[in-house]
Design a protein around this ligand. Structure first.
Ligand code: ZN
Length: 134
């Protein structure tokens, strides 16, 4: 794994959270995107080399809706940048990690993504993400 690509934060209301993070970080989001398959609206902020992803559920069955209902707003996942997501999935599976999706899927911000079950990582939802090369 190369670095932490971004930190995902679950919020109730994306436009309110955007305003707050814009004040906090001193920059506007560089991207807002809906990922229909995940039932989320997202926005991304740059803070130096680091990125923050805000996520709001767009329907009740969204994983973000369930998360916020159970645990309230807050840090939802840690995303690590990887070069070769298929190879990382194989490596981690062979080390005993449980993946929520064993084949990468298209996520926000032009990435292929896969998630490790939080039970595999001491309660932290870990996202692997690889840039989609065009
Ligand atoms: Zn993410």
């Amino acid at each position: 794994m190369n670095k932490i690509e971004h930190i995902g934060i679950a919020v109730n209301n994306l436009s309110e959270a955007n305003d707050l993070y814009e004040k906090l970080l001193g920059v506007a989001p560089y991207k807002t995107e809906e990922v229909e398959s995940e039932g989320v609206k997202t926005s991304f902020f740059k803070c130096g080399e680091s990125k923050i992803e805000l996520l709001e559920a767009t329907n009740e069955s969204s994983p973000i809706a369930k998360f916020v209902e159970k645990r309230g707003e807050g840090i939802h996942h840690l995303a690590f940048a990887v070069e070769d997501i298929e190879a990382e999935i194989k490596r981690l599976t062979s080390q005993g990690f449980v993946l929520l999706n064993e084949t990468p899927k298209k996520g926000a911000d032009n990435k292929l993504v896969a998630f490790l079950h939080p039970k595999s990582a001491h309660g932290v939802l870990v996202e692997l993400c690889q840039d989609i090369k065009i």
